[in-house]
Design a protein around this ligand. Structure first.
Ligand SMILES: C[S@@+](CC[C@H](N)C(=O)[O-])C[C@H]1O[C@@H](n2cnc3c(N)ncnc32)[C@H](O)[C@@H]1O
Length: 200
C-alpha cells in the first residue's frame, strides 16, 4: 500500500463508509493473493471496485496487458486517480450492479473478474445483480475472485446454489489490515449463467 494513498482513501471512507467499506487500501500481500491465479494468458480481466488500484497494479505485475483491463468503479475520486495511473485501461464510472443491464461490455469475454466490492454491506438483490452481470461476461472456464474480512464466503450459500456456482477459499493473509481471505467463485457446470435476478 502506498503511503500517499492512505489519506485520500480514508477521506473517501469518511464521505461514504458503506460504499468504500475499508479505512485503508488493501496491502501488497492481499493484492498478491487476489491475483495469484492470474497469468499472462488469462486474457482480458474485469476489475470491480478497484479503488486506488492496488489489485490493478498486481494484475499488471502478473503480466496482464493494461489494454486488457476494464475497471468498474463507482467513486468519482477513485475514477480520476485510476485514469491518471492506468491511462491504457478501460475505466467505467458506474455501479457494478448495472453491468448486465447496460450491456456495456458486450463482445468482451473475460478470463477473470477481480472484485474488491464490499459485498458484506450489500443486499442479496444487489449481490445477485453483480454476479449475474459479471458471469455474463466471463468465459465458461473463468473465475470471479472476491476478498472478505469475514469468516466465510461473503456470497450466501443459497445464492451460490441457485446460481449453479461454487466457492473455494484460495488463501488467507494476516498481513493486511484487517486480515482477509480470498475466494474463487466459479461455475459448477459449463452452462450460461442462469437469469438469477428472475429466480430469487
Ligand atoms: C473495500 S474498497 C476496495 C478498494 C480496492 N480494491 C482495495 O482493495 O484497496 C471497495 C471499492 O469498491 C467500490 N465500490 C463500492 N460499491 C461499488 C459499486 N456498486 N460499483 C462499483 N464500485 C463500487 C468503492 O468505491 C471502493 O473503491
Amino acid at each position: 500500500m502506498s503511503r500517499t494513498d492512505i489519506v485520500p482513501f480514508f477521506r473517501a471512507w469518511i464521505a461514504n463508509p458503506l460504499q468504500v467499506a475499508a479505512v485503508a487500501p488493501s496491502g501488497q500481500a492481499l493484492a498478491e493473493l487476489m491475483t495469484s491465479e492470474i497469468k499472462p494468458d488469462t486474457g482480458p480481466v474485469l476489475e470491480l471496485g478497484p479503488g486506488m488500484g492496488v489489485f490493478t497494479r498486481a494484475l499488471l505485475a502478473r503480466g496482464v496487458d493494461e489494454h486488457d483491463l476494464t475497471l468498474v468503479e463507482y467513486g468519482s475520486d477513485f475514477v480520476r486517480v485510476l485514469g491518471q495511473r492506468f491511462p491504457d485501461a478501460r475505466i467505467l464510472w458506474m455501479d457494478a450492479a448495472r453491468l448486465a443491464q447496460t450491456k456495456v461490455l458486450s463482445g468482451a469475454p473475460y478470463g477473470a473478474v477481480i472484485s474488491g466490492l464490499p459485498l458484506l454491506s450489500m443486499s442479496p438483490r444487489k449481490i445477485i445483480a453483480i454476479l449475474s452481470g459479471a458471469f455474463g461476461y466471463l468465459r465458461s472456464d473463468g473465475s470471479f475472485y472476491q476478498f472478505t474480512y469475514g469468516p466465510r464466503c461473503p456470497i450466501p450459500l443459497r445464492i451460490l446454489d441457485r446460481a449453479g456456482l461454487k466457492a473455494s477459499c484460495i488463501g488467507r493473509t494476516l498481513m493486511n489490515i484487517p486480515p482477509a481471505a480470498v475466494y474463487r467463485i466459479s461455475r459448477r457446470r459449463s452452462v450460461a449463467f442462469p437469469p438469477l435476478a428472475n429466480q430469487m
